[in-house]
Design a protein around this ligand. Structure first.
Ligand code: PLP
Length: 448
């Protein structure tokens, strides 16, 4: 193990079973992050790295925001925890009102969860509860999409469409789920923004509805832009077509905006950016700038009303919730984030910086080992040419980039790039320059 500062490495790395990590590789040569400020991270070797993926799309408003730290500290002193069942505190209501100001249409009823996965699970359960409340109990089927990522619990992996996340658990998936095809077509190679072709892929939903009976389908869930599989941008007209088919069959449309929510596209939600209003939106990550876990489900008023009306007064209307649903520290962080968004006009900042970032990203297409690039707003994906087996190129390239001081997440052979909204042009330049150097270093090693 090579390290300039071994004092930063714990005595044993063996006990912690790390999530989504090649544990054996990591423990031989750990990458420990010791500090974060603004757009920069520091690792245990004392190296400064630029954060090119906002953590895991979590921290678009910058690391180490004092306003959030202070709000959380103050909250902990005043009220550290209160149970969220049959009780509450003012902050969660205040936050719900603020969130509802940003959500599209009348998605004004806000349910708190712990993270993105539990937001998706909750959206699935609310869909079933809504149909049942309306006397439509036969609607139990869910439609997801290939290359979709919705988190890691059983409901979320069932509607998700990434094979490595599913295959070990294939015999315990939720029943009644079908998948539409993903939206990335060969002619979309190196297309920036929304591709002009492919809207007809939404007709997969119609075909599935015809096969199973649209009256048996509870909801269709998609990420407006598939994030974890490398920014698959919806073809022009695709989301509108999905909306029309859902309306025709009475299917709820769920947009999973865990990544696209809170400004990633340049609008508060991708829903507004693409002009399509779903029935339910899930969010997490940037809701608290990533510093305290929190998930949110925003529902149309009629969904809430139907579930309320189906129960007598005094009864619990929805038997669902978490010990950590909207707890005070998460709410305090999220309220501080709302202030930052407002004061610093964060969505406009993202929108203004997006063309500069996209232009920079696409300059990398001349590199030999780059297979494809896609992007929209402040998110992008760089597919690396496969090297021997799937995933190797992405991982090796990530490590080469880490060495030159740019940090991000690689999924399979795709490099996931999502700069913070506080980035200035010089930061975008630094990200792109370091990506070029890192990718070229990776490519040189291939040839030797
Ligand atoms: C679109 C989407 N949905 C859900 C999730 C799951 O969120 P979490 O990891 O907070 O459970 C993610 C995580 O990356 C995501 O990208």
């Amino acid at each position: 193990m090579s390290s300039a500062d071994t004092s930063k490495i714990p005595n044993s790395l063996q006990e912690h079973w790390m999530p989504f990590t090649s544990n054996k590789d990591f423990k031989e040569n750990p990458r420990l992050i010791t500090g974060a400020k603004g757009v920069y991270l520091t690792n245990h070797k004392g190296k400064t790295m630029i954060d090119a993926s906002s953590g895991l799309f979590c921290n678009p408003f910058g690391h180490g925001r004092k306003e959030i730290t202070e709000a959380v500290a103050k909250q902990l002193e005043q009220l550290d925890y209160c149970q969220p069942f049959q009780q509450g505190f003012g902050g969660s209501f205040e936050l719900a009102t603020k969130i509802a100001r940003h959500t599209p249409g009348n998605l004004n009823r806000i349910f708190y969860t712990i993270c993105g996965s539990t937001a998706v699970e909750t959206a699935i359960k609310i869909s079933v509860a809504y149909h049942r409340a309306k006397g439509d109990s036969q609607r139990f089927r869910f439609i997801g999409r290939e290359r979709g990522y919705h988190g890691m619990n059983i409901g979320a992996i069932s509607v998700g469409g990434m094979v490595n996340n599913i295959k070990t658990f294939a015999n315990i998936l939720m029943p009644g789920v079908a998948h539409m095809r993903h939206t990335h077509l060969p002619e979309h190679k190196f297309v920036s923004g929304q591709p002009a072709t492919g809207a007809e892929l939404a007709d997969d939903l119609e075909r599935i509805a015809v096969n199973f009976g649209g009256e048996n389908i509870a909801a269709c869930i998609v990420e407006p832009i598939a994030g974890s599989t490398g920014t698959l941008v919806p073809p022009k007209g695709y989301l509108k077509r999905l909306r029309e088919i859902c309306d025709k069959h009475g299917i709820l449309l769920i947009f999973d905006e865990v990544i696209t929510g809170w400004g990633r596209t340049g609008s508060a939600f991708a829903s507004q950016e693409f002009g399509v209003t779903p029935d339910i939106i899930t969010m997490a990550k940037a809701t608290t700038n990533g510093v305290v876990p929190m998930g949110v489900v925003a529902c149309k008023e009629e969904i809430y009303d139907a579930v309320m009306d189906a129960s007598p007064k005094g009864a619990v209307e929805l038997f669902h919730g978490y010990t950590y649903s909207g707890i005070p520290v998460a709410v305090a962080a999220a309220l501080a984030v709302q202030n930052i968004i407002e004061k610093e006009d964060m969505f406009s900042r993202a929108k203004e910086m997006a063309p500069y970032f996209q232009k920079g990203l696409f300059t990398l297409q001349d590199i030999d080992v780059v297979e494809n690039i896609r992007g929209y707003g402040m998110m992008g994906g760089i597919d690396m040419k496969m090297n021997i087996k799937p995933g190797k190129a992405g991982f090796e390239c990530f490590k080469a980039c880490y060495e030159v001081g740019v940090n991000f997440k690689a999924t399979g052979d795709c490099l996931i790039i999502a700069p913070q909204f506080i980035c200035e042009k010089k930061h975008i330049d630094e990200i792109i320059d370091k990506l070029r150097t890192g990718i070229l270093n990776y490519s040189k090693n291939l040839k030797n």
